[in-house]
Design a protein around this ligand. Structure first.
Ligand code: KG4
Ligand code: ZN
Length: 313
């Protein structure tokens, strides 16, 4: 919940039950959405000290994502908008991540890196709603790659944060993993070969504690080197002096450090989403909705969800 640029409440109903299956199970997710959404709204209202009638507009993610989960969020937001006679806003999940580095600030012309479990995108951002996709992953998303490698290494789901923690005490030079598409001359990415390289390395080593840390560090370094190089190259090619970074993988402490160093040496201003706004959250969706409302935009109630909704139509 937002008022002006201020965050009044941000509640998350984490679905930890997916961990036992090693990934998100759509059926479990939608059932859980159904039972959790009303208590979640009540918790957010209580935290913000608001009554539902005081809310000016209702927004929900319309995609991309799991159809049955999107449907529940959109139906509830539309129902509240109709019942209370307020605007409804359908928000693109990727736009939430893209604008999250600007949360509570003015959205500025920049190059945006969105790195999440489902997406890896480089975007030229002119202003709210004016985006051009410069490049994206051709196979696995960066977060997906972290999670798949985590699984190969026997780490809990999602693997990203665990790989990050173990890599902190590892030697990133011990294993020489591929930097796929680093010199492809475009802004696309590919991470599935890297995951395969880790798989082929595993039978050749004894997976003691230090080897596990070294594998994590070497793998993480390979992902991050490509992300940082391509993001800086995109900003330079587009003549942008600002880089914005969002999405779950931007929680990664090593990525944050490497981006900071690279931007400093190129005199580029770096805005990385607050760690609380990196992984999926409703606050970033509310922020996009507030920016659109300010521009006089809202969505017709006939707006449908789209599990494959692109950032730019
Ligand atoms: O944005 P997000 O919450 O959901 C999607 O829209 O996909 O991103 C989740 C992804 C997961 O793949 C998770 O492993 C990754 O973000 N992630 C991390 C870290 N924290 C979360 N990856 C690497 N290092 C981290 N510290
Ligand atoms: Zn996300």
């Amino acid at each position: 919940m937002l008022a002006g640029g201020d965050l009044l409440a941000s509640e998350i109903a984490s679905q930890t039950e997916h961990a036992q299956y090693g990934g998100v199970v759509p059926e479990v997710a939608s059932r859980s959405h159904l039972t959790q959404i009303q208590p979640l709204i009540e918790r957010a209202l209580a935290a913000a000290h608001l009554k539902i009638g005081q809310v000016d507009a209702f927004a929900a993610t319309s995609g991309p994502g799991l159809a049955t989960s999107l449907m529940i969020g959109a139906s509830v937001a539309k129902g509240l908008a109709i019942g209370l006679g307020r605007p409804f806003l359908a928000v693109n999940h990727l736009e939430g991540h893209l604008l999250s580095p600007f949360f509570g600030k003015e959205v500025r012309a920049s190059v945006g890196l969105v790195v999440s479990g489902g997406h890896t995108l480089l975007v030229e951002l002119e202003s709210v709603g004016r985006y051009r996709v410069l490049g994206q992953t051709q196979d696995d998303a960066a977060g997906e790659c972290f999670d798949k490698v985590g699984k190969l290494l026997g780490l809990p789901y999602p693997g990203g944060p665990h790989v990050n923690r173990l890599a902190d005490a590892g030697d990133a030079t011990r294993f020489d993993f591929p930097r796929s598409m680093m010199h492809s001359g475009d802004f696309h990415f590919s991470f599935s070969g890297l995951k395969t390289a880790v798989r082929y390395t595993l039978p050749k080593v004894t997976l003691d504690d230090q080897t596990l840390r070294d594998l994590c560090a070497s793998f993480q370094e390979a992902v991050i080197e490509v992300l940082v190089r391509k993001t800086i190259a995109a900003a330079k090619a587009m003549g942008k002096r600002v880089i914005g970074v969002g999405g779950g993988v931007s929680c990664n402490t090593h990525l944050r450090k490497k981006l900071r160093e690279a931007c400093e040496s190129e005199s580029i201003e770096l805005l990385i989403a607050d760690p609380k706004l990196c992984t999926d959250n409703a606050a970033m969706i509310a922020f996009v909705a507030a920016e659109k409302l300010r521009l006089g935009e809202s969505s017709p109630l006939t707006t449908d969800i789209n599990p494959n909704l692109p950032l730019v139509a």
